[in-house]
Design a protein around this ligand. Structure first.
Ligand code: MGD
Ligand code: MGD
Ligand code: MO
Length: 693
């Protein structure tokens, strides 16, 4: 008998990461046997990260949920019993029908970026919940503050081409740790370094990336806004600005100059904890080395002033005319370049066609409070998919209390029995990326990707889209968009005619696997103005912020929790805690699989030697990290990678796999950002003590 020829299927990494890699899946006898990075997509360049290189560990994990289950234990206990899909769907449909008869707004979908796919992340799910008349979810948990600050200034999530950064001579890596969370982007930054660029990392923590840069500035968390204002003050006072560019392509320069007049490095120094001379030198270098690029990431948008910090930084390239050069400017996200047809995917018209009353929107970052206190109507049913809120949402104790409500009907659709799954009434098995169809944009490069199913679903697992089609039928809905296939949805993902169009039609994309957006090369989006703001200019003065009741000009927004903004709190909880991504986890994804748990070891807290000594803490000690909101345990890593007064807990651990049933979100704050309604994970004061092992 001849050996079967292996098939190679084109896929896209679905995870919440700027790199959105192209993958090739080798399939033999219906089983995926190899996953590799595609050679032909330049950004992926034949390589995958440490997590996705071992993707088959995830796909074929013995921990995969394989069939529907119903809860038999208490909420949170995690005891379930197998049921059929028919029973699961009938139960959900009956509950939804009952609740919707009273008020469909009492039903809330809850999802984030378990998959970034446009089909499995944001299409049939939205269509179904719109038709049902459920509450809407504001997906704020990661990037909404930064996105709002960027939008107010630049107009949309568009910036420099990350591949063009190789020709920059100065690169500020600001609030990001690309070696961990944007590995393929880091390759281009390294190439720039080889060609002579100076790399400056701005991060409170000496991250793996900071270690590899020429200069590391460690401001106090949540003070980047002050640093950027002081840089503007120096640029203007020292005449390092590009007057022609400012006159032609910006709005509100005089008001900005007046606003920052007193924001000197001496003003910013005690706020940021950086020496005034360091700030002045950085500004002068930024104003004179050309081309200068800023690679921002979302690490800096998780504090009270996260929106304004991004806005202030977004003003810098226009002041010095850096946008004139393809290797100059700044990048937070590329996602606004993609002509995604959200209306076609999500069909908000299905709500208006069937419901007269306006809907309501619930902020996902306050889910604990919402479950416990929302009124008019209270939330009676929750449908969670693509997210693990019991582990990732801030102020964890309240989140858990909300999920533990006996009168809450909770459905969780998952690949694994996560902390959130433990609270489900009905737990449904989900397919992995290798088992379903999808199409992807990216937030860190300019290529659209396709994902073809490589293998049949494991066990009885079903894709998100399929479950919503089945539920729609059970509820007696008849609207045609609720029954389109995944191929049909994928074909609608990108607008066929759009100024910033896709390079190819959807059919060619599906056949080829990926396509670079049809943008000019070199890509200099704002070399001649053309900002995507209402005025078409870089808006130092933002009329749209003013209209929403916000300060129209860049300003300093202090952290909610810091010695400067709340000395009383800081006296009790003197340490600032941040909990950025751990290299071997992706949020809580991968954080249940043996290979990655082995790499990370156990929950750790990095603490400065002097802070440790003061508390009698030695390396390896078991620590209790606490504040008024809660406590969790971690092992001490005593290191000068953290500055005095800062502690770092690489995250996000599953609560139930971390030893004490808690993780960093036991102490994080429920407060929101200045604009964008984002969470403030990194705006968090704590105290630390050694405890018996
Ligand atoms: N391996 C891995 N990769 C990931 C993720 C993961 O969990 N693991 N997460 C993915 C997700 S969801 C996202 S949103 C992206 C981006 O992920 P982000 O969460 O933005 O993470 P990083 O790019 O790692 O940037 C975080 C860096 O910002 C620093 N930081 C914290 N607070 C401040 C501050 O106030 N100011 C400044 N200047 N810096 C600060 C942290 O010390 C850290 O080094 O990465 C994605 N990629
Ligand atoms: N303390 C602290 N907390 C944080 C952060 C931090 O830095 N520190 N980072 C925050 C950030 S940036 C983010 S983006 C959020 C991330 O929060 P989430 O988006 O909730 O990310 P994950 O924890 O990875 O959970 C995603 C879940 O979706 C599931 N999933 C994957 N694919 C599918 C699918 O096709 N169908 C279904 N039904 N499920 C699927 C995965 O198995 C996984 O359990 O966490 C935030 N929380
Ligand atoms: Mo995120």
């Amino acid at each position: 008998m001849n050996a079967p020829t292996p098939k190679v299927i084109r896929a896209a990494c679905p995870h919440d990461c700027p790199d959105t890699c192209a993958m090739e899946i080798t399939v033999e006898n219906g089983r995926a046997v190899k996953v590799r990075g595609a050679d032909d997509l330049p950004f992926t360049n034949g390589a995958l990260c440490t997590k996705v290189a071992h993707y088959l560990d995830r796909v074929y994990s013995p921990q995969r949920l394989q069939y529907p289950m119903k809860r038999v234990g208490r909420k949170g206990e995690g005891r379930f019993e197998r049921i059929s899909w028919d029973e699961a769907l009938d139960t959900i449909a009956a509950k939804f029908r009952d609740i919707a008869a009273d008020d469909p707004l009492a039903i809330l979908p809850y999802s984030y970026a378990g998959t970034m796919g446009l089909v499995q992340g944001s299409s049939m799910d939205c269509r179904f919940f719109h038709r049902l008349g459920a509450s809407l979810l504001d997906r704020t948990i990661c990037a909404s503050a930064g996105a709002a600050g960027w939008k107010a200034t630049i107009g949309a999530s568009v910036g420099m081409d990350p591949e063009a950064i190789v020709d920059a001579k100065l690169i500020l890596i600001w609030g990001g740790n690309p070696i961990v969370s944007n590995l393929h982007g880091w390759r281009y930054i390294l190439e720039a370094k080889r060609r002579g660029a100076k790399l400056v990392c701005i991060d409170p923590w000496r991250s793996q990336t900071a270690e590899k840069c020429d200069l590391h500035l460690a401001p106090w968390p949540g003070t980047d806004g002050a640093l950027a204002l002081a840089m503007m003050q120096v640029l203007i006072a020292d005449g390092l600005i590009d007057r022609d560019y400012i006159d032609a392509h910006t709005l509100g320069f005089d008001a900005l100059a007046e606003r920052v007049r007193t924001c000197t490095p001496e003003w910013a120094s005690p706020l940021t904890g950086l020496p005034a001379e360091t700030i002045r030198d950085l500004a002068r270098e930024y104003g004179s080395v050309k081309p200068a690029a800023i690679r921002l990431n979302y690490g800096l948008n998780r504090c009270a002033g996260g929106g304004m910090a991004v806005r202030n930084i977004a003003c810098l390239p226009a002041l010095i005319g850096a946008w004139r050069h393809p290797a100059g400017g700044a990048l937070l996200s590329t996602s606004g370049n993609f002509p995604v047809d959200q209306q076609a995917l999500e069909r908000p018209d299905l709500y208006t066609a069937h419901h007269a009353r306006p809907t309501r929107t619930i902020n996902m970052s306050t889910i604990g409070e919402d479950l416990l206190t929302a009124n008019d109507p209270p939330i009676r049913a929750l449908y969670v998919y693509n997210s693990n809120p019991v582990a990732v949402a801030p102020n964890g104790a309240r989140v858990r209390e909300g999920f533990a409500r006996e009168d809450l009907f909770c459905v969780v659709h998952e690949l694994f029995q996560t902390d959130t799954a433990d609270y489900a009434d009905i737990l449904l098995p989900a397919t992995s990326q290798l088992e379903h169809r999808d199409v992807h944009k990216s937030y860190g490069h300019l290529y659209a990707l396709t994902n073809e199913p490589a293998i049949a679903p494991l066990g009885e697992a079903k894709p998100n889209s399929e479950v919503f089609r089945l539920l729609a039928a059970r509820l007696g809905f008849t609207d045609a968009p609720l029954f389109e296939s995944d191929d049909e949805i994928a074909a609608q993902a990108f607008k066929r005619r759009d100024l910033r169009a896709l390079g190819v039609d959807p059919e060619t994309l599906a056949a080829r696997g990926w396509a670079r957006l049809n943008l000019p090369r070199p890509f200099t989006p704002f070399a001649h103005g053309d900002f995507l703001t209402p005025s078409g200019k870089c808006e130092f003065y933002s009329g749209s912020l003013a209209a929403q009741g916000f300060d129209p000009l860049p300003r300093w927004v202090p952290p909610h929790e810091s010695p400067v903004s709340n000395p009383e709190l800081a006296a009790r909880y003197p340490l600032a805690m941040i909990s950025p991504p751990a290299r071997n986890f992706l949020n809580t994804s991968f954080a249940n699989l043996p290979r990655f748990l082995e790499q990370e070891g156990s929950p750790k807290l990095e603490i400065h030697p002097d802070d440790a000594a003061r508390r009698g803490i030695a390396a390896g000690d078991r620590l209790r990290i606490y504040n008024d909101r809660g406590a969790f345990h971690a092992r001490a890593v005593v290191t000068d990678r953290v500055r005095l007064g800062l502690v770092v807990c690489p995250s996000v651990w599953w609560r139930k796999l971390s030893g004490d049933g808690e993780n960093a979100n036991a102490v994080t704050s429920p407060a929101l950002t200045d604009i964008g309604g984002g969470p403030t994970f990194y705006d968090c004061l704590v105290e630390v003590e050694g405890v018996q092992p």
